[in-house]
Design a binder for this molecule. Structure first.
Ligand SMILES: Nc1ncnc2c1ncn2[C@@H]1O[C@H](COP(=O)(O)OP(=O)(O)OP(=O)(O)O)[C@@H](O)[C@H]1O
Length: 690
C-alpha cells in the first residue's frame, strides 16, 4: 500500500462519508440504485447458462432423482455430510500418518503467521531507523530481516511439501478404497453393462479422486491459515489501532461476502459438468487407441474426427463459459476484496492519528514523526496481512464450491457401487417391476442346474421365458441357436454378471470351478507365462506344482511352442494383444484353460479363428483333462465332441436333450453340417429326408 499523507487520508475518508451520508442524499441514492442495478445485471449474466449447458446440467442431475432438484455441487448440509463420509476414508484415524502431517501443517501455518507478525514489527523498526537517521537501528533491522528470511524460507517450502504430501495420502486412501470394491468384485463389468448412471468410471477413479484430494488439501490451508492470520493479526492490530480499526475491515468483508454469495454462480456444478465432459473426451481417445486397427482398416478417421471434435467442442464451450464467469467474478472480486479494502485500509491507518484514541497516541509518541512513520509502516504490514487473510478466506469459498463438485462426483460413484453390491442398478427398464425381484443361487458340487430361470437382458427385455436343465460332470453340452437369441446371456446369469430375476441356479461354490473362454480373449500386459496362468501369479503356479516345462508341454499340444522360442522364453514381456494373431490368441486362451483345469468350461465361440483340424485336438485334449465342456458355437463340426444339446429357437423357446450325432435321424445336426458344407464350397444345399 503506498504511503500517503495521513491528513489527506482522513480528509478523503471524511469526504467519502459526507458524500453518502449527509451532504448529497440524491446523488448518494442514485449511486446506490446504480450499483444495485449493476449487481443485478452481473448476477443474471453469471447465473445464466447457454442452452447446451442446461442440457448438460439436466444430464448431470440424472442422479438427483429423489427430492427437490438442487444444483449438483452446492455447498450445503448435504455436501458437509458427504464430505465427512469421505474424510473418514481419507483420514483413517487419529493415530494415522495423515493426522500427523495435518498437525505438522497446522504448526507450520502458526509459525508462518508468527514470523509474518514479527517481520511487520521489524519493518516498522527499519523505517523508524531511517527517519531518525539512526544507522545502528537501521543495520540491526536489516540484519534481523535477513535472520527471519532463513526460517521463513524453510517454513514456506515445508508448507508446500506438507500440502502436496497430504493430497497424495488422501488420494492413496481413496484410490485403495475404490480399487478394493471396484476391481475385486465384478462391479467394473456391471457399472458399465448394467447401470447407466456413470459413463466414465475410469475418469472418476483417476482424475476426479486426484482433484478432490488436491482441492481438500488446498482448502485446509486456504481456510485455516487465513483464519489463524485473522485471529493473530486482529489481536495485534487491536493493540495498536483499537476496536474500530479491526471492526472496519471485518464489516467491509462481511458485506463483500454477502454480495459475492448473491451473484456467484454455482462453480461446483460447473466443475462437476466439466469433469464429466473431460471424461467423455478422454474416453473417446481411449476408444480410438483400443480399436486402432479396425478404425484404420475401415478408414474411419473422418468419422472419429467428427465424433471427437463434437465432444471436444462441448468441453471447449463449457470451459469458455466457466472462464467468462470467472472473468466477471474476477472483476467483482477485485473491486470488493482487493481495491475496496485499500479504501478501508487507509481509514484504519489514519485512526491512530485521527481516531478516538488519537490524543493518547500523540501523547505517547510525543509527536515524534519518525515513531509515527515507523508505526504507520508496521500497521500497514499488519493490515495488509489481515486484509489478505480475510480476502483469501472469502475467495476460498470458490475452492469450497470446487470441492463440492468433486465430492458429488465421488459420491455418485459410491452410491452406484453400494447399489451394485446389493444387486440394485438403475437404467431405463422395459419392465420396471422386475428390479426388486431376485432368484436364488445354491451351492452344489459337480453339477450345474438351472431351474425355471428366465433369461432377461439387464434392461428387462425377455430373451427366453424360462430355462431349466441339469448338467452333471462329464456331460458335454453344445449350446446352439441364432445370433442374439441369448446363448451367452444364459452364462452371464450363471456367472452372476447379470442379475438372476427368478428361479434358481445350482453350481459349485468355488468360482474357479467354472471357467469362461471368450471369442476374443483378454491378454494382460505381462510375461508370456502370465498369459497362460492368468489370473494366477508365479507363486500360485508353483503351489499348484506346475512348472515351466509343463507350460511348454501345454503349448506344444496347441502348436504354440514356437512362440516361446521366437519371443525369447516364457519371461518375455510384450503387448501380447498386438503380437499374437487372432488364432494364436484363441489357442493361448485354451492353454490357460488346460492350465487351470476347471470342472466346467464355457467355451463361447472360443475357437472360431482356429483351423477345423486343430479344433479337434483342442476339444479332445480338454475332455482328456477331465474338463466338462459347455460349448457355445455355430460350428456343426464341434457337435461330435458333445453329448447334450441346448438349442434355442430365437423366438423365446428352447429344447434340451441328448445329442447323438451318429444316429441318422438327427436331422437337425445333418442339416447344419450340410448348410456349413454348402457355405464353404459354394455348392447348393442338398435336401434331407426326415
Ligand atoms: N448389457 C446389455 N444390455 C442390454 N442388452 C444386452 C446387453 N448385452 C447383450 N444384450 C442383448 O441381449 C441379447 C442376447 O445377447 P447374447 O450375447 O446372449 O446373444 P447370443 O445368443 O450369444 O448371440 P451370438 O450368437 O451373436 O453371440 C442380444 O439381443 C443383445 O443385444
Amino acid at each position: 500500500m503506498p504511503a500517503l499523507d495521513a491528513t489527506s487520508i482522513a480528509d478523503g475518508a471524511l469526504a467519502f462519508i459526507r458524500f453518502f451520508k449527509f451532504q448529497n442524499k440524491t446523488r448518494g441514492s442514485l449511486a446506490i440504485i446504480g450499483a444495485a442495478l449493476a449487481l443485478y445485471y452481473l448476477k443474471r449474466r453469471l447465473q445464466s447458462n447457454k442452452s447446451n449447458l442446461k442440457d448438460l446440467e439436466k444430464e448431470a442431475d440424472l442422479f438427483v432423482k429423489k427430492g427437490p432438484s438442487k444444483p449438483k455441487g452446492a455447498v450445503d448440509k448435504n455436501f458437509l455430510k458427504k464430505l465427512l463420509k469421505f474424510l473418514r476414508i481419507a483420514i483413517p484415524g487419529w493415530k494415522s500418518r495423515e493426522t500427523g502431517y495435518i498437525l505438522g501443517l497446522s504448526i507450520a501455518l502458526v509459525v508462518r503467521t508468527i514470523l509474518s507478525i514479527r517481520l511487520a514489527e521489524v519493518n516498522g523498526g527499519v523505517v523508524h531507523g531511517i527517519i531518525q537517521r539512526n544507522k545502528d537501528k537501521f543495520v540491526q533491522g536489516l540484519f534481523t530481516i535477513l535472520l527471519y528470511a532463513v526460517p521463513s524460507s524453510i517454513i514456506n517450502s515445508l508448507l508446500e511439501y506438507l500440502m502436496v504430501m497430504i493430497a497424495l495420502f488422501f488420494r492413496e486412501n481413496l484410490t485403495k478404497h475404490y480399487h478394493e470394491r471396484y476391481i475385486n468384485d465384478k462391479f467394473f463389468y456391471q457399472i458399465c453393462n448394467l447401470d447407466d448412471r456413470i459413463m466414465n468410471p475410469d475418469q472418476r477413479l483417476t482424475v476426479d479422486i486426484q482433484k478432490w484430494a488436491i482441492s481438500l488439501s488446498n482448502l485446509y490451508s486456504n481456510f485455516s491459515k487465513p483464519l489463524l492470520d485473522i485471529v493473530l493479526f486482529s489481536k495485534r492490530l487491536y493493540g495498536v489501532v483499537g476496536g474500530y480499526g479491526v471492526a472496519l475491515p471485518f464489516c467491509w468483508y462481511a458485506m463483500s461476502a454477502v454480495l459475492l454469495r448473491y451473484i456467484s454462480p454455482s462453480f461446483g456444478t460447473l466443475t462437476a459438468i466439466r469433469q464429466k465432459l473431460e471424461g467423455e473426451y478422454r474416453g473417446q481417445h481411449f476408444d480410438i487407441l483400443n480399436h486402432s486397427e479396425e478404425i484404420a482398416f475401415y478408414n474411419g478417421g473422418k468419422w472419429e474426427i467428427r465424433r471427437i471434435t463434437k465432444t471436444f467442442s462441448n468441453l471447449y464451450e463449457h470451459c469458455i463459459e466457466i472462464i467468462k464467469k470467472q472473468f466477471w467474478m474476477g472483476i467483482f472480486d477485485s473491486m470488493l476484496v482487493k481495491y475496496g479494502s485499500y479504501y478501508g485500509g487507509y481509514l484504519v491507518l489514519g485512526m491512530p492519528v485521527f481516531g478516538p484514541r488519537s490524543k493518547k497516541y500523540l501523547e505517547e509518541t510525543k509527536g515524534d514523526k519518525s515513531k509515527i512513520a515507523g508505526d504507520y509502516v508496521r500497521n500497514t504490514s499488519l493490515l495488509i496481512n489481515l486484509s489478505k487473510a480475510i480476502g483469501k478466506f472469502i475467495i476460498s469459498y470458490k475452492e469450497l464450491q470446487n470441492l463440492a463438485g468433486y465430492t458429488t462426483l465421488m459420491d455418485e460413484l459410491e452410491i452406484v457401487l453400494n447399489d451394485l453390491k446389493v444387486g440394485k442398478y438403475q437404467r431405463t427398464m422395459i419392465n420396471p417391476n422386475l428390479v426388486s425381484e431376485r432368484g436364488e443361487y445354491i451351492a452344489a458340487d459337480d453339477k450345474l442346474v438351472m431351474d425355471k430361470v428366465p433369461i432377461l437382458a439387464p434392461n428387462g427385455d425377455i430373451l427366453i421365458k424360462e430355462v431349466s436343465f441339469e448338467l452333471n460332470k462329464g456331460m458335454h453340452l453344445m449350446v446352439d441357436g441364432p445370433n442374439g437369441c441369448g446363448k451367452s446371456s444364459v452364462f452371464r446369469i450363471m456367472g452372476e454378471l447379470w442379475p438372476l430375476f427368478a428361479g434358481s441356479i445350482s453350481k459349485p461354490e468355488r468360482q474357479a470351478s467354472i471357467f469362461y473362454v471368450p471369442q476374443v480373449p483378454y491378454l494382460p500386459k505381462g510375461s508370456l507365462r502370465d498369459q497362460i496362468i492368468y489370473p494366477d501369479r508365479k507363486i500360485e503356479m508353483t503351489k499348484k506344482r506346475m512348472t515351466d516345462k509343463k507350460l511348454r508341454d501345454i503349448l506344444k499340444i496347441l502348436t504354440l511352442d514356437y512362440i516361446v522360442e521366437r519371443e525369447g522364453g516364457l519371461n518375455t514381456e510384450r503387448n501380447w494383444t498386438d503380437v499374437l494373431s487372432g488364432g494364436e490368441k484363441q489357442r493361448m486362451a485354451i492353454a490357460r484353460l488346460y492350465y487351470h483345469k476347471p470342472a466346467f468350461a464355457i467355451l463361447d465361440e472360443c475357437s472360431s479363428a482356429v483351423a477345423v483340424d486343430a479344433e479337434d485336438v483342442i476339444y479332445t485334449e480338454a475332455k482328456r483333462r477331465g474338463i466338462t465342456l459347455i460349448t457355445v458355437s455355430h460350428r456343426p463340426s464341434l457337435w461330435k465332441h458333445h453329448d447334450f444339446l441346448l438349442q434355442f429357437d430365437g423366438e423365446g423357446g428352447y429344447s434340451f436333450g441328448e445329442l447323438d450325432t451318429s444316429k441318422s435321424h438327427n436331422i437337425e445336426y445333418e442339416k447344419q453340417v450340410e448348410h456349413h458344407r454348402s457355405m464353404m464350397t459354394g455348392e447348393p444345399e442338398e435336401e434331407k429326408q426326415e
